[in-house]
Design a protein around this ligand. Structure first.
Ligand code: C2E
Ligand code: MG
Ligand code: MG
Ligand code: MG
Length: 284
């Protein structure tokens, strides 16, 4: 490795973790300030109905525009925010911002069935305030509660199944939607996960991206069939090919969220897409 940089000169060995470590510390400090400097925003990726290809809702995704580094991926900064506790503030920001946009879109389209789904992290779930926060935004923005959905991963609920079950039951009482995110990345059975009151299952991208396993149609079939038998709606994440699209249509999978339909959008782009869709409806 050392040779790549300096001919025959032997560079002292510098373990990779040192650079990663300090980069992370820097990023951690930057993230704290980013919040006050308005470097954080939400992107909205359309979730499309597979039968009509119209937009049913959006997933709200955090974005961070770092002044020097440019866009930092949430896969990089969300774990940092989780380990420092900052995710609580970021999560509240995402919830508030998503609810505000959703209420704008309901007014604009006169369609209160449009939904936005917001990712919830483990730190937020352990805090008692999550219930209060959700109640607050639902009433502040007068949202039909089912138009706000919360996404939780399998590993998150499995970390503390008892507490999760309690919390999810209380969220369900408020009436918000509950989606099981990244399904298939953990090891729990769908039967076990049905102890929790989810209404939607999101099939993880790993089943649909760069995946050429011949057994895949069988696996997708059994996931979708079982989800439907259990009364869940299904979102397929990250579909890449037309053949998978057709397969999921045949299986009556309700929704898709993938670059094939749309990248995550800015607020203005999302609004425009909804307006275009209304135009199409009026014209037809
Ligand atoms: P996720 O919740 O599973 O979100 C879906 C991710 O898949 C998004 O990445 C989205 O841009 C990406 N994606 C969707 N369709 C495609 C596709 O067809 N191809 C490819 N290559 N990617 C696709 P993103 O925005 O980078 O977010 C990554 C993860 O960061 C999210 O995974 C979620 O776990 C986390 N995250 C994002 N925003 C929040 C947030 O507000 N709170 C929390 N706790 N986590 C968040
Ligand atoms: Mg998600
Ligand atoms: Mg996901
Ligand atoms: Mg994911």
């Amino acid at each position: 490795q050392a040779k790549r940089y300096g001919g025959d000169r032997i560079e002292p060995f510098r373990p990779a973790y040192k650079t990663i470590g300090s980069g992370r510390l820097q990023l951690e400090a930057d993230l704290r300030r980013a919040f006050e400097r308005n470097e954080l925003s939400l992107a909205f990726q359309p979730i499309v109905r597979l039968d009509t290809e119209s937009i049913a809702g959006f997933e709200a995704l955090l974005r961070w525009e770092h002044p020097r580094r440019g866009a930092v991926s949430p896969s990089e900064f969300v774990p940092i925010a989780e380990s420092t506790g900052l995710i609580v503030q970021l999560g509240q920001f995402a919830l508030e911002e998503a609810a505000k946009r959703l209420s704008d879109w309901h007014l604009m389209t006169s369609d209160p069935t449009i939904f936005v789904s917001v990712n919830i992290s483990s730190r937020q779930l352990i805090r008692q305030d999550l219930i209060a926060d959700v109640r607050t935004v639902v009433s502040r923005y007068r949202l039909p509660p089912e138009s706000l959905k919360l996404e939780l991963t399998e590993s998150l609920v499995m970390d503390n199944p008892e507490r999760s079950a309690q919390l999810l039951a209380r969220l369900r009482e408020i009436g918000v939607g509950l989606s099981l995110d990244d399904f298939g990345t953990g090891y729990s059975s769908l039967a076990y996960l049905m102890r929790f009151p989810f209404d939607t299952l999101k099939i993880d991208q790993s089943f649909l991206r760069n995946n050429t396993q011949p057994q895949r149609p069988i696996i997708l079939n059994s996931i979708v069939t079982m989800a439907h038998d259990l009364g869940l709606k299904v979102v397929a994440e990250g579909i890449e090919s037309e053949s998978d699209l057709n397969l999921l249509r045949q299986l009556n999978c309700e929704f898709a969220q993938s670059f094939l339909f749309s990248q995550p959008l800015t607020v203005d782009q999302a609004r425009k897409m909804l307006l275009d869709q209304m135009g199409v409806k009026r014209a037809s």
